[in-house]
Design a protein around this ligand. Structure first.
Ligand code: TYC
Length: 102
């Protein structure tokens, strides 16, 4: 508007909204057999956490049963889950990793 009719304000434009892609929580589940150090290693290797962060989060999973270890796009979450499951299987540990839409 140019304000000629007394309408004064900030020029605005309707922005067509792009649908935001859904995000997925990646979760690690507790079990009785996977060694604590293995879980710590997984968190460092696949989720970019420091050793201290990884140890803390591993203990949360150990005590609470599960924890969210990261939030990602569908594609990245699928890849993380597959990498962890494959790594655990290759080391013959029953560690479970899953994902859930936020
Ligand atoms: N509960 C396991 C143990 O006592 C350790 C563990 C922690 C396993 C976290 C899995 O996601 C897990 N050895």
């Amino acid at each position: 508007s140019d304000g000629a009719d007394g309408e004064v304000g900030i020029a605005t434009k309707a922005k067509p909204k792009t649908a935001k892609p859904p995000l997925y929580k990646v979760l690690i589940l507790n079990d009785d057999y996977t060694p604590m150090e293995f879980v710590v290693h997984v968190l460092e290797r696949f989720f970019g956490m420091s050793h201290a962060q990884s140890f803390e989060l591993m203990l949360v999973v150990h005590k609470k049963g599960l924890a969210v270890v990261g939030v990602y796009s569908n594609e990245v979450a699928e890849t993380k889950v597959a990498q962890v499951m494959d790594f655990a299987r290759r080391h013959q540990h029953p560690l479970q990793c899953t994902m859930e839409k936020e």
